[in-house]
Design a binder for this molecule. Structure first.
Ligand SMILES: [Cu+2]
Length: 335
Protein backbone atom coordinates (compact mmCIF):
# COMPACT_ATOMS: atom_id res chain seq x y z
CA UNK A 1 0.00 0.00 0.00
CA UNK A 2 1.35 3.39 -1.00
CA UNK A 3 0.79 4.99 2.36
CA UNK A 4 2.89 2.39 4.13
CA UNK A 5 5.90 3.51 2.09
CA UNK A 6 5.56 7.14 2.99
CA UNK A 7 6.31 6.72 6.66
CA UNK A 8 4.67 10.03 7.45
CA UNK A 9 3.97 8.99 10.99
CA UNK A 10 7.45 7.72 11.69
CA UNK A 11 5.86 4.41 12.32
CA UNK A 12 8.77 2.26 11.23
CA UNK A 13 10.93 3.08 14.16
CA UNK A 14 11.54 -0.39 15.51
CA UNK A 15 13.70 -0.52 18.53
CA UNK A 16 16.71 -2.82 18.45
CA UNK A 17 15.19 -4.67 21.40
CA UNK A 18 11.97 -5.34 19.52
CA UNK A 19 13.86 -6.63 16.46
CA UNK A 20 15.97 -8.90 18.66
CA UNK A 21 12.89 -10.15 20.49
CA UNK A 22 11.10 -10.98 17.22
CA UNK A 23 14.15 -12.63 15.68
CA UNK A 24 14.72 -14.73 18.78
CA UNK A 25 11.08 -15.75 18.92
CA UNK A 26 11.08 -16.88 15.29
CA UNK A 27 14.19 -19.00 15.77
CA UNK A 28 12.73 -20.95 18.66
CA UNK A 29 11.19 -24.37 18.00
CA UNK A 30 7.52 -24.64 18.89
CA UNK A 31 8.12 -26.47 22.17
CA UNK A 32 10.71 -23.90 23.10
CA UNK A 33 8.21 -21.25 22.16
CA UNK A 34 5.67 -22.77 24.50
CA UNK A 35 8.26 -22.84 27.26
CA UNK A 36 9.22 -19.32 26.37
CA UNK A 37 5.58 -18.29 26.49
CA UNK A 38 5.15 -19.98 29.85
CA UNK A 39 8.24 -18.26 31.16
CA UNK A 40 6.90 -15.06 29.76
CA UNK A 41 3.47 -15.62 31.32
CA UNK A 42 5.11 -16.35 34.66
CA UNK A 43 7.20 -13.24 34.24
CA UNK A 44 4.08 -11.33 33.29
CA UNK A 45 2.12 -12.43 36.34
CA UNK A 46 5.17 -11.69 38.46
CA UNK A 47 5.36 -8.23 36.98
CA UNK A 48 1.63 -7.76 37.46
CA UNK A 49 1.96 -8.77 41.11
CA UNK A 50 4.84 -6.34 41.48
CA UNK A 51 2.75 -3.65 39.82
CA UNK A 52 -0.18 -4.44 42.10
CA UNK A 53 2.23 -3.93 44.98
CA UNK A 54 3.33 -0.67 43.47
CA UNK A 55 -0.26 0.47 43.08
CA UNK A 56 -0.51 0.46 46.87
CA UNK A 57 2.22 3.05 46.79
CA UNK A 58 0.05 5.26 44.65
CA UNK A 59 0.51 3.91 41.11
CA UNK A 60 -2.78 2.70 39.64
CA UNK A 61 -2.95 0.30 36.72
CA UNK A 62 -3.46 1.95 33.38
CA UNK A 63 -6.84 0.28 32.78
CA UNK A 64 -8.21 1.65 36.06
CA UNK A 65 -8.64 5.19 34.75
CA UNK A 66 -11.09 4.01 32.10
CA UNK A 67 -14.01 3.48 34.46
CA UNK A 68 -16.96 1.37 33.37
CA UNK A 69 -17.90 1.61 29.73
CA UNK A 70 -21.01 0.29 28.05
CA UNK A 71 -20.45 -2.75 25.83
CA UNK A 72 -21.60 -1.66 22.36
CA UNK A 73 -19.96 -4.04 19.94
CA UNK A 74 -20.57 -7.65 20.89
CA UNK A 75 -22.29 -10.64 19.32
CA UNK A 76 -25.69 -11.50 20.79
CA UNK A 77 -27.35 -14.93 21.13
CA UNK A 78 -29.42 -15.68 18.04
CA UNK A 79 -28.18 -12.54 16.30
CA UNK A 80 -28.18 -12.76 12.52
CA UNK A 81 -27.70 -9.11 11.55
CA UNK A 82 -24.72 -6.81 11.87
CA UNK A 83 -23.54 -5.34 15.13
CA UNK A 84 -24.53 -1.66 15.44
CA UNK A 85 -22.18 0.38 13.23
CA UNK A 86 -19.75 2.53 15.18
CA UNK A 87 -17.83 3.97 12.22
CA UNK A 88 -18.63 5.43 8.81
CA UNK A 89 -16.90 2.40 7.26
CA UNK A 90 -19.27 0.01 9.03
CA UNK A 91 -22.30 2.12 8.07
CA UNK A 92 -21.16 2.12 4.44
CA UNK A 93 -20.75 -1.61 4.21
CA UNK A 94 -23.97 -2.34 6.06
CA UNK A 95 -25.79 -0.05 3.63
CA UNK A 96 -24.06 -1.80 0.72
CA UNK A 97 -25.14 -5.16 2.11
CA UNK A 98 -28.76 -3.96 2.30
CA UNK A 99 -28.62 -2.62 -1.27
CA UNK A 100 -27.18 -5.89 -2.57
CA UNK A 101 -29.88 -7.81 -0.74
CA UNK A 102 -32.54 -5.86 -2.66
CA UNK A 103 -30.84 -6.61 -6.01
CA UNK A 104 -30.30 -10.28 -5.15
CA UNK A 105 -33.92 -10.63 -4.01
CA UNK A 106 -35.20 -9.08 -7.27
CA UNK A 107 -33.00 -11.43 -9.34
CA UNK A 108 -34.06 -14.50 -7.35
CA UNK A 109 -37.76 -13.61 -7.70
CA UNK A 110 -37.34 -12.96 -11.44
CA UNK A 111 -35.57 -16.28 -12.06
CA UNK A 112 -38.09 -18.18 -9.90
CA UNK A 113 -40.92 -16.53 -11.84
CA UNK A 114 -39.36 -17.60 -15.15
CA UNK A 115 -38.96 -21.15 -13.91
CA UNK A 116 -42.54 -21.27 -12.67
CA UNK A 117 -43.70 -19.98 -16.06
CA UNK A 118 -41.68 -22.68 -17.88
CA UNK A 119 -42.94 -25.43 -15.56
CA UNK A 120 -46.60 -24.42 -15.74
CA UNK A 121 -47.00 -23.15 -19.30
CA UNK A 122 -44.47 -25.21 -21.20
CA UNK A 123 -44.82 -28.68 -19.72
CA UNK A 124 -45.75 -31.60 -22.03
CA UNK A 125 -49.42 -31.43 -21.13
CA UNK A 126 -49.93 -27.67 -21.47
CA UNK A 127 -47.70 -27.32 -24.54
CA UNK A 128 -47.54 -30.64 -26.46
CA UNK A 129 -46.00 -29.07 -29.61
CA UNK A 130 -42.83 -27.14 -28.56
CA UNK A 131 -41.53 -24.37 -30.81
CA UNK A 132 -38.56 -25.37 -32.98
CA UNK A 133 -36.41 -22.22 -32.89
CA UNK A 134 -32.92 -22.35 -31.32
CA UNK A 135 -31.79 -18.70 -31.29
CA UNK A 136 -33.26 -15.33 -30.41
CA UNK A 137 -30.77 -12.50 -30.97
CA UNK A 138 -32.60 -9.68 -29.10
CA UNK A 139 -33.09 -11.99 -26.09
CA UNK A 140 -29.45 -13.12 -26.11
CA UNK A 141 -28.21 -9.51 -26.31
CA UNK A 142 -30.55 -8.58 -23.45
CA UNK A 143 -29.38 -11.36 -21.14
CA UNK A 144 -25.77 -10.32 -21.77
CA UNK A 145 -26.26 -6.57 -21.42
CA UNK A 146 -28.58 -6.58 -18.39
CA UNK A 147 -26.18 -8.50 -16.07
CA UNK A 148 -23.32 -6.20 -17.19
CA UNK A 149 -25.40 -3.17 -16.29
CA UNK A 150 -26.26 -4.72 -12.90
CA UNK A 151 -22.57 -5.47 -12.18
CA UNK A 152 -21.45 -1.97 -13.22
CA UNK A 153 -24.20 -0.52 -11.03
CA UNK A 154 -23.05 -2.61 -8.02
CA UNK A 155 -19.39 -1.74 -8.71
CA UNK A 156 -20.18 1.98 -8.80
CA UNK A 157 -21.24 1.66 -5.14
CA UNK A 158 -18.97 -1.09 -3.83
CA UNK A 159 -15.65 0.19 -5.22
CA UNK A 160 -15.86 3.61 -3.49
CA UNK A 161 -16.61 1.80 -0.21
CA UNK A 162 -13.63 -0.50 -0.79
CA UNK A 163 -11.34 2.43 -1.62
CA UNK A 164 -12.49 4.33 1.46
CA UNK A 165 -11.37 1.37 3.57
CA UNK A 166 -8.13 0.73 1.75
CA UNK A 167 -6.81 4.26 1.28
CA UNK A 168 -5.35 4.93 4.69
CA UNK A 169 -5.71 8.53 5.87
CA UNK A 170 -3.22 10.39 8.04
CA UNK A 171 -3.81 8.97 11.53
CA UNK A 172 -4.20 10.92 14.76
CA UNK A 173 -2.68 7.92 16.47
CA UNK A 174 -0.86 4.90 15.11
CA UNK A 175 -0.97 1.52 16.82
CA UNK A 176 0.77 -1.63 15.70
CA UNK A 177 -1.10 -4.87 16.41
CA UNK A 178 0.95 -8.05 16.33
CA UNK A 179 -0.74 -11.44 16.31
CA UNK A 180 0.91 -14.14 18.40
CA UNK A 181 -0.06 -17.72 19.19
CA UNK A 182 -2.36 -16.92 21.03
CA UNK A 183 -2.72 -13.33 22.04
CA UNK A 184 -2.37 -9.90 20.53
CA UNK A 185 0.26 -7.36 21.43
CA UNK A 186 -0.07 -3.65 20.79
CA UNK A 187 2.54 -1.00 20.30
CA UNK A 188 1.59 2.65 20.70
CA UNK A 189 4.24 3.93 18.36
CA UNK A 190 4.06 7.63 19.20
CA UNK A 191 4.81 6.85 22.82
CA UNK A 192 7.01 3.80 22.35
CA UNK A 193 5.29 1.37 24.65
CA UNK A 194 4.00 -2.14 24.05
CA UNK A 195 1.67 -4.37 25.99
CA UNK A 196 0.11 -7.81 25.52
CA UNK A 197 -3.58 -8.53 25.53
CA UNK A 198 -4.66 -11.96 26.77
CA UNK A 199 -8.17 -13.31 26.95
CA UNK A 200 -9.57 -13.22 30.47
CA UNK A 201 -9.54 -16.92 31.33
CA UNK A 202 -6.41 -17.74 29.32
CA UNK A 203 -4.69 -18.61 32.61
CA UNK A 204 -7.50 -21.09 33.39
CA UNK A 205 -6.77 -23.05 30.19
CA UNK A 206 -9.47 -21.09 28.36
CA UNK A 207 -12.22 -22.59 30.50
CA UNK A 208 -14.96 -20.82 32.41
CA UNK A 209 -14.40 -21.18 36.15
CA UNK A 210 -15.79 -19.23 39.12
CA UNK A 211 -12.42 -17.45 39.30
CA UNK A 212 -12.64 -16.45 35.64
CA UNK A 213 -16.17 -15.16 36.19
CA UNK A 214 -14.95 -13.12 39.15
CA UNK A 215 -12.11 -11.78 37.00
CA UNK A 216 -14.58 -10.76 34.29
CA UNK A 217 -16.84 -8.98 36.78
CA UNK A 218 -13.87 -7.25 38.36
CA UNK A 219 -12.75 -6.01 34.97
CA UNK A 220 -16.20 -4.52 34.34
CA UNK A 221 -17.55 -7.24 32.04
CA UNK A 222 -20.32 -9.78 32.35
CA UNK A 223 -20.18 -13.56 32.30
CA UNK A 224 -21.34 -13.63 28.67
CA UNK A 225 -18.28 -11.64 27.65
CA UNK A 226 -16.14 -14.70 28.29
CA UNK A 227 -14.16 -15.51 25.10
CA UNK A 228 -14.40 -11.83 24.10
CA UNK A 229 -12.96 -9.79 26.95
CA UNK A 230 -9.21 -9.34 27.34
CA UNK A 231 -7.11 -8.37 30.34
CA UNK A 232 -5.80 -5.24 28.65
CA UNK A 233 -7.63 -3.39 25.90
CA UNK A 234 -6.72 -1.24 22.94
CA UNK A 235 -7.72 2.24 24.11
CA UNK A 236 -8.51 4.91 21.54
CA UNK A 237 -10.08 8.37 21.70
CA UNK A 238 -13.53 8.89 20.22
CA UNK A 239 -13.82 10.65 16.83
CA UNK A 240 -10.09 10.38 16.08
CA UNK A 241 -8.58 8.62 13.10
CA UNK A 242 -6.75 5.54 14.31
CA UNK A 243 -4.34 3.86 11.91
CA UNK A 244 -3.74 0.29 12.94
CA UNK A 245 -0.79 -1.55 11.49
CA UNK A 246 -1.33 -5.29 11.51
CA UNK A 247 1.34 -7.94 11.44
CA UNK A 248 2.14 -11.29 13.00
CA UNK A 249 5.03 -12.86 14.86
CA UNK A 250 4.27 -16.45 13.92
CA UNK A 251 1.37 -17.62 11.73
CA UNK A 252 -1.40 -15.76 9.93
CA UNK A 253 -3.94 -14.19 12.29
CA UNK A 254 -6.61 -11.62 11.48
CA UNK A 255 -7.55 -8.49 13.39
CA UNK A 256 -11.15 -7.35 13.30
CA UNK A 257 -13.77 -5.32 15.09
CA UNK A 258 -17.10 -6.05 13.39
CA UNK A 259 -18.77 -2.87 14.68
CA UNK A 260 -16.00 -0.82 13.05
CA UNK A 261 -16.33 -2.63 9.70
CA UNK A 262 -12.64 -3.53 9.60
CA UNK A 263 -10.80 -6.80 9.16
CA UNK A 264 -7.18 -7.33 8.21
CA UNK A 265 -5.03 -10.43 7.96
CA UNK A 266 -1.91 -10.34 10.11
CA UNK A 267 0.82 -11.90 7.98
CA UNK A 268 4.32 -12.52 9.36
CA UNK A 269 6.88 -10.28 7.70
CA UNK A 270 4.27 -7.93 6.29
CA UNK A 271 2.90 -4.72 7.67
CA UNK A 272 -0.70 -4.18 6.58
CA UNK A 273 -2.86 -1.27 7.62
CA UNK A 274 -6.44 -0.50 8.44
CA UNK A 275 -8.06 2.62 9.81
CA UNK A 276 -11.17 3.54 11.73
CA UNK A 277 -12.75 6.53 13.41
CA UNK A 278 -15.02 5.32 16.17
CA UNK A 279 -17.95 7.66 16.76
CA UNK A 280 -19.27 6.37 20.06
CA UNK A 281 -17.63 5.67 23.38
CA UNK A 282 -17.92 2.09 24.53
CA UNK A 283 -16.40 -1.35 24.47
CA UNK A 284 -16.10 -3.18 21.17
CA UNK A 285 -15.13 -6.81 20.75
CA UNK A 286 -13.58 -8.78 17.94
CA UNK A 287 -11.96 -12.19 17.56
CA UNK A 288 -9.00 -13.47 15.62
CA UNK A 289 -10.52 -14.25 12.24
CA UNK A 290 -7.92 -16.44 10.60
CA UNK A 291 -7.61 -20.05 11.72
CA UNK A 292 -4.24 -19.86 13.41
CA UNK A 293 -3.87 -22.94 15.57
CA UNK A 294 -5.23 -24.77 18.58
CA UNK A 295 -6.14 -21.66 20.61
CA UNK A 296 -7.45 -19.63 17.67
CA UNK A 297 -10.76 -19.15 19.47
CA UNK A 298 -9.04 -17.77 22.56
CA UNK A 299 -7.31 -14.65 21.30
CA UNK A 300 -10.08 -12.04 21.22
CA UNK A 301 -9.71 -8.32 20.71
CA UNK A 302 -11.11 -5.64 23.00
CA UNK A 303 -11.17 -1.99 21.96
CA UNK A 304 -12.26 0.69 24.41
CA UNK A 305 -13.34 3.97 22.85
CA UNK A 306 -13.14 6.80 25.37
CA UNK A 307 -13.24 10.59 25.49
CA UNK A 308 -10.06 12.51 24.72
CA UNK A 309 -9.61 13.42 28.42
CA UNK A 310 -9.92 9.83 29.58
CA UNK A 311 -7.62 8.76 26.74
CA UNK A 312 -4.99 11.27 27.85
CA UNK A 313 -5.25 10.07 31.44
CA UNK A 314 -4.98 6.45 30.29
CA UNK A 315 -2.04 7.33 28.06
CA UNK A 316 -0.16 8.89 30.97
CA UNK A 317 -0.70 5.89 33.22
CA UNK A 318 0.06 3.47 30.38
CA UNK A 319 3.29 5.31 29.63
CA UNK A 320 4.17 4.94 33.29
CA UNK A 321 3.10 1.31 33.52
CA UNK A 322 4.78 0.17 30.32
CA UNK A 323 7.75 2.56 30.47
CA UNK A 324 6.83 4.51 27.35
CA UNK A 325 7.99 7.89 26.16
CA UNK A 326 6.28 10.57 28.25
CA UNK A 327 4.00 13.02 26.49
CA UNK A 328 5.91 16.03 27.89
CA UNK A 329 8.99 15.08 25.86
CA UNK A 330 6.88 15.09 22.69
CA UNK A 331 5.81 18.65 23.34
CA UNK A 332 9.33 19.78 24.16
CA UNK A 333 10.88 18.18 21.07
CA UNK A 334 8.13 19.54 18.81
CA UNK A 335 8.91 23.10 19.78
CU1 LIG B 1 -5.02 -15.94 15.58
Amino acid sequence: MVSTLKDTTGSFRLTAAAIWEEARFRLLSSSERDKDLMRFTTLKSGLLAALAGLSMAGTAQAQDVLGTLEVKGAPIPGGYGFQPAATELARDLQWLDGMLLVIITAIVLFVMGLMAWVILRHNRKANPEPAGFTHNSPLEIAWTIVPIVILVFIGSFSLPVLFKQQIIPEGDITIKATGNQWYWSYEYQDHEFTFDSYMIGADAENKMTPEVEAELIEAGYKKEHFLLATDTAVVVPVNKVVVLQVTSADVIHSWTIPAFGVKQDAVPGRLAELWFKAEEEGVYFGQCSELCGIAHAYMPITVKVVSQEVYDAWLDSAIEEYAGKPRAIDVASAE
